[in-house]
Each structure stands twice: as structure tokens, then as C-alpha cells.
Design a protein around this ligand. Structure first.
Ligand SMILES: [Zn+2]
Length: 142
């Protein structure tokens, strides 16, 4: 654990999060700046900066959990596809993004690049009650 890593602090219960699932290797919780409702992050409980450094057993668990979330999201939001990706941006603790895709360009378009590539801005953060509702919906599907 790294004391200055916000994701390690979430794992340790020192910071709040809308936790959706956890086991001995990984933790899933809602992204605070969701591209779409239900946007989830899955992280290894141990601190690894890059996804390629995650031990194979843990990365396989994260992928299997991502598949489980994808099925839940398709059932909950009726979307055709769910994306799963690592970017290595914002928090230096490897985290997989799981996003229900309501539009083919939800995670690949210039929708958030209106100020240019250097002006990338995060989507707005919903209030906590909205995140609580979304977390409840997802937990019921897992
Ligand atoms: Zn960390």
C-alpha cells in the first residue's frame, strides 16, 4: 500500500467509495466522474502503477469481474456493448474502466475534447445520492 495513493486508501477503507464488489485480489467501485451511469473501476488491491505489472492471477480476476459487470450493465441499461479499458491516466494505481456504451463513441470520441487534446476535461460528477442509486442498481445485478 502507498499512503499517498488514493486508490490504496480506498482499499484500506480510509477514503469513501461506492464499493460494488471486493475479494482477496481486487475491488470494484463507481467512478466519481462517470462517462455514463454505472461507469465502474476495478483495481488490484495491491499497488501497481501499470496494468502490465499486475500479476496474471489478479489481472485474470479483474477481467472475469469485468465480464460479470458487462453482463450486469447490459441487463440494467439495455446497451449492446460495454467497454473495458485501462488508460493509466489520473491515478497512478492500475484501474480498469468498465463503461456501458450508449453510443459507439462514448469512450473514443472528441466529446470531452472540446478544448483540444491538452484541454481534456472530466465529465461532471453526479451528486452522492445519484451515485448511491446507481451502486444499488449494479449490486443487485451482480
Ligand atoms: Zn495504490
Amino acid at each position: 500500500m502507498s499512503d499517498d495513493c488514493i486508490f490504496c486508501r480506498i482499499v484500506a477503507g480510509k477514503l469513501p467509495a461506492h464499493r460494488l464488489y471486493e475479494d482477496d485480489l481486487c475491488l470494484a467501485f463507481l467512478d466519481l466522474h462517470p462517462i455514463r451511469a454505472g461507469h465502474t473501476l476495478i483495481i488490484p488491491k495491491k499497488h501497481h502503477v501499470w496494468f502490465e505489472d499486475i500479476p496474471p492471477a489478479t489481472s485474470a480476476r479483474i477481467m472475469a469481474l469485468g465480464q460479470q459487470f458487462a453482463r450486469a450493465m447490459k441487463g440494467e441499461w439495455g446497451v449492446e456493448r460495454v467497454s473495458f479499458f485501462y488508460t493509466g491516466i489520473h491515478v497512478p494505481h492500475a484501474h480498469a474502466h468498465i463503461v456501458p456504451m450508449h453510443h459507439p463513441h462514448d469512450v473514443s470520441s472528441a466529446a470531452y475534447l472540446k478544448d483540444g487534446i491538452d484541454g481534456f476535461s472530466l465529465p461532471p460528477s453526479p451528486d452522492d445520492s445519484e451515485l448511491t442509486k446507481v451502486a444499488t442498481r449494479l449490486r443487485q445485478r451482480l
